[in-house]
Every structure is written in structure tokens, then in C-alpha cells.
Design a protein around this ligand. Sequence first.
Ligand code: 6GU
Length: 243
Amino acid sequence: MRFDILTLFPEIFTGYLGQSLLRRAIDKGLVEVYLHNIRDWSPDKKHKKVDDRPYGGGPGMVLRVDCVVPCVEAVQSMVPEPGHLVMLTPQGRRLTQAVVRQLAQQSRLLLLCGRYEGFDERVRLLLRPDEISIGDYVLNGGEVAAMVVIDAVIRLVPGVVGDPEGPQWDSFSEKMPGLEFAQYTRPREYRGLGVPEVLLSGDHGKIAQWRKENSLQRTRQRRADLLGESAPPTPPPQNPPLH
Ligand code: 6GU
């Protein structure tokens, strides 16, 4: 799968690209990531300006259509397949695991990151991007959101996650519509806290049953909305009871 990231701040991505699961996926040849600086397509050859003040007045700056559109078109035509264009914007449809699964079907994704007060509206009208938001809060730009999209999508690319059964069992997946069950590893006791006896029993039937119940109970308590039940108000953060 190929990702093309269109941004004014390509350096933001270098730490993430050089690390972790993504690094290994790139090394294995399963994923390719290319960075493109929107500034390189500025029609203003002298100062490389990419933004301007909004018509009608108001605060902030708007990304220029005559910079963004040529950039997207140039990147699209770098290979025969233009790819699926995603615009990262708080006005987009919310990213969910279902959306992640859709995006993972594509063989090429272009991720267009905005900054400042946003894009000139004509970018949307001309390019008809798939507009995606990662949640109801405001980021300074789409770069972090683009990393979120890549991180979620590559887990579904065959071979990227070690165990091919793995992602199917993630929360929000087909086999795990709710939240995941509690996990434990060694030591068997820590500061007086033990491990549920059943997990040490070796009885795989009982373990599966316990996990199913634990998963359901946690989902009810924390995210009843995922079960189609009315969601309780989000409680204020506190150190939760231990079990
Ligand atoms: Cl994709 N961009 C920005 N700037 N803010 C956001 C977002 C995206 N998703 C949620 N908030």
C-alpha cells in the first residue's frame, strides 16, 4: 500500500516514519510512504507563499487553491493510479474502525494536511476529497490526524501485524464489537494485587468465558453506546477501583 502525505511540515513525520511498526512495514516492502511539501507548488516563486488573508476579513490565513490543487494533481499523476484523496479536517466524517477498514481497501491513499484556518473552499469543490476528522476537538493541523490514519490503516494491511489473526480481535473489529478484556502478565503478584485465578487454570473454555464476560462488563461500564445502549455521561477522571 502506498501513502502520499501532502503537508507544509514534512519534518513532523520523520520521527514516526523512522520508528515502530511502520518502519518494519516499510522495510518489509508492504508499505511505501512519500512526503510532499505543498510549498514546492506555490505559484509565488519568490517568497513561496502558500496562504493568504480571507476574503471578507477575519482572523487567520487560508491555504491558497492555486497552490494546493496543483500539488494534489502533480502527486496524483506521479504513478498511473491517482489514488484515494483524503483531506484531514475537523469538518470531515469521523474516523471509526469501519472507516479505517474502508480506507485499507485502497492501494493508494493521498493524505492532504491543512494548517491555519483551513483550505480555500474551492479545493473541496475541485478535488472532491474524502474529508476525515479524527474527533470533536481542534488540532493545529492535519499532520497528527494523518499519522493516526496511517497507524490505524497499516494494522489492516496483510503482513504488517505479526499475527494475521491479531487485528480481527482488536476492539471495534468484527470479532470484538466492544472493548477488550483485561490482560495480565508476570509477575503473578505485585503490591498485593494478584491475577484472576481462572487465567492461571489452563482451562481454555473457562478462560474464553471469563474474557467474554469481562469484555462485556467493561464495555457496559465504559462505552454502553457501543452496545446500542444509551451512553452514560463520561465520568470525570479518577483513579478507578481496581477490579
Ligand atoms: Cl483531521 N484536523 C484538525 N485541524 N483538527 C482536527 C482534525 C483534523 N480532526 C479532529 N480535529
